[in-house]
Design a binder for this molecule. Structure first.
Ligand code: HEM
Length: 529
């Protein structure tokens, strides 16, 4: 039994092991009738079993995740093929003999916890590696880019994407005015939006879905040399999607379609697996890519420029024992990194570093959720934190401070074993400003469109028509067509024809040309600001 399995089994409580008891361990004699003064008389307050049973029911719910509320998870293992110590000191990436336990949670983004599995939406692909050096969380999605470049726009994006505040409609991820209003006023979204209109947004199975870390991260080796890295998960079963008609019907007939598929495959021993691939970019190549800033999360780095090197294998081989204890209570955080992996200055990533722990303090009502079996590191935890709601540990001794001479833990001396932040040189005026190198919002949407086969293009056109067909505001429809005209003229015409918008004239300069509706929208924005 691995350390992780041992941790998970400590609190395991089978439902069929003997007599029913109260939470205090007192055997229950009757759970069908409350204590009454006479068979037809009033119930008595002293009935502790009734009170406890109702009280526990009343308190069963915790807040669902503010995004990615619907998900499903599984346990597994990760193994690296060859030592990667040329790039990193991360133990789980340098020891091919190490079998690192993992927990993976797949999710949709927009819907609530009880929503269906097959809406047109981004899917989360979050992996917790329980490494011997502590937990590393790779909190990724099934699309390699994100809607926005700066985390300060995330609340706006999510408010626009979620059901509208006045009536909590619609439940559909993107088929409504506020989503299209926001994205057409925030053109950096255009690349991710065309992915969302493609079949990638309706995966056939979680087992057949890619995953991406999206941001550029850093690997740091034993000599302190940093290499930029992008993480890719490639499913061994290939990448497959539903078609829209199937997705809609399945949403009605079996809202648990993707969840059930994963559960049944694992239960029947058909363990899904993914290859981890890395795009590795030496520090001195960071500015080599024309029109792509590696810190811009709305851009990919094409594989022709930087190939994806396969480095290891993830296999999911065990379903959770309990959905709430594991899948619901798992807490991923982009900030959980181990020595040898570090962050970059991507402004979306930097905001995420704050958000996950902060939201989890709300979700779990305190700071001790790291002690839950599903979140607990297999590496020893020794620190001077104390108390708080739901403290399950019993710290023993006097010296919970540093420096100390009365017998307390000491920091790891700097070196390969301890975490050392990469000493990146930073210099610049304090200002709220987007880098000019983030300015191109259309080229990669065009690249994506051009990489599609004819039937994939048909699906994308049909998706824009369906989604925009639900948008009541004509100026929003017009704005979208004008953005699409910068992506591809034929795409813009095809969409325009399906949503009652006049055909746009051919764009001369795809990426810089201004159009009447866009300039009007921009000046409206500026006057509001
Ligand atoms: C979940 C915030 C961007 C992937 C969440 C949660 C929050 C959040 C608050 C709920 C966490 C919880 O309750 O445990 C943000 C912010 C972002 C951002 C502020 C931008 C500034 C992204 C991006 C990705 C991503 C770019 C993908 C690369 C995920 C995933 C989950 C998640 C997969 C679900 C984790 C799980 O299964 O529990 N995000 N997010 N997010 N986010 Fe983000």
């Amino acid at each position: 039994m691995t350390t992780k399995d041992r941790q998970l089994s400590v609190n395991r409580r089978p439902f069929n092991e003997g007599v029913l008891t109260t939470d205090q361990g007192i055997p229950v004699q009757d759970t069908d009738n409350s204590l009454r003064a006479g068979a037809r008389g009033p119930s008595l307050l002293e009935d502790f079993h009734l009170r406890e049973k109702i009280m526990r029911f009343d308190h069963e719910r915790i807040p669902e995740r503010v995004v990615h509320a619907r998900g499903t998870g599984a346990h597994g293992v990760f193994k690296v093929y060859e030592p990667l110590d040329e790039y990193t000191t991360a133990d789980f990436l340098t020891d091919p003999d190490a079998e690192t336990p993992v927990f993976v949670r797949f999710s949709t983004v927009q819907g609530s916890r009880g929503s269906s599995d097959t809406p047109r939406d981004v899917r989360g692909f979050a992996t917790k590696f329980y490494t011997r050096q502590g937990n590393f969380d790779l909190v990724g999605n099934n699309m390699p880019v994100f809607f926005i470049q700066d985390g300060i726009k995330f609340p706006d994006l999510v408010h626009a994407l979620k059901p509208e505040p006045q009536n909590e409609m619609p439940q559909a991820a993107s088929a409504h005015d506020s989503f299209w209003d926001f994205v057409t006023l925030q053109p950096e979204t255009m690349h991710h939006v065309i992915w969302l209109m493609s079949d990638r947004a309706i995966p056939r199975s979680f087992r057949m879905m890619q995953g991406f870390g999206v941001h550029t991260f850093r690997l740091v080796n034993g000599q302190g040399r940093s290499t930029f890295v992008k993480f890719h998960w490639t499913p061994v079963l290939g990448t497959h999607s539903l078609v829209w008609d199937e997705a809609q019907k399945i949403a009605g007939k079996d809202p648990d379609y993707n969840r059930r598929d994963l559960w049944e495959a694992i239960n029947s021993g058909q363990f899904p697996s993914w290859e981890l691939g890395l795009q590795l970019i030496p520090e001195n190549r960071a500015f080599e890519f024309e029109d792509i800033d590696i810190l811009d999360p709305t851009k990919i780095i094409p594989e022709e420029l930087v190939p994806v090197t396969p480095v290891g294998r993830l296999t999911l081989n065990r379903n959770p024992d309990n959905f709430f204890a594991e899948t619901e209570q798992v807490a991923f955080c982009v900030g959980n990194v181990v020595p040898g992996i570090d962050f970059t200055d991507d402004p979306l990533l930097q905001a995420r570093l704050f958000s996950y722990l902060d939201t989890q303090l709300n979700r779990f009502g305190g700071a001790n959720f790291f002690q839950l079996p599903i979140n607990r590191a297999i590496a020893p935890i020794r620190n001077h934190q104390q108390d708080g709601f739901q403290q399950h540990e019993v710290p023993v001794g006097r010296a919970n401070y540093f420096p100390n001479s009365l017998g307390g833990d000491q920091p790891t001396p700097a070196g390969p074993a301890g975490f050392v932040h990469y000493p990146e040189h930073v210099d610049g005026p304090k200002e709220r400003k987007r880098s000019e190198t983030f300015a191109d919002h259309y080229s990669q949407a065009t690249l994506f469109w051009n990489s599609m086969s004819s039937w994939e293009k048909e699906h994308i056109i049909a998706a824009y028509r369906f989604e925009l067909g639900k948008v009541e505001s004509m100026p929003i429809r017009v704005r979208l067509v004008e953005h699409l005209n910068r992506v591809d003229h034929d795409l813009a015409i095809a969409v325009a024809l399906g949503i009652g918008v006049e055909e746009p004239v051919k764009s001369i300069d795809n990426h810089g040309r201004s159009s009447p509706a866009l300039s009007q929208a921009n000046s409206q924005r500026e006057s509001v600001l």
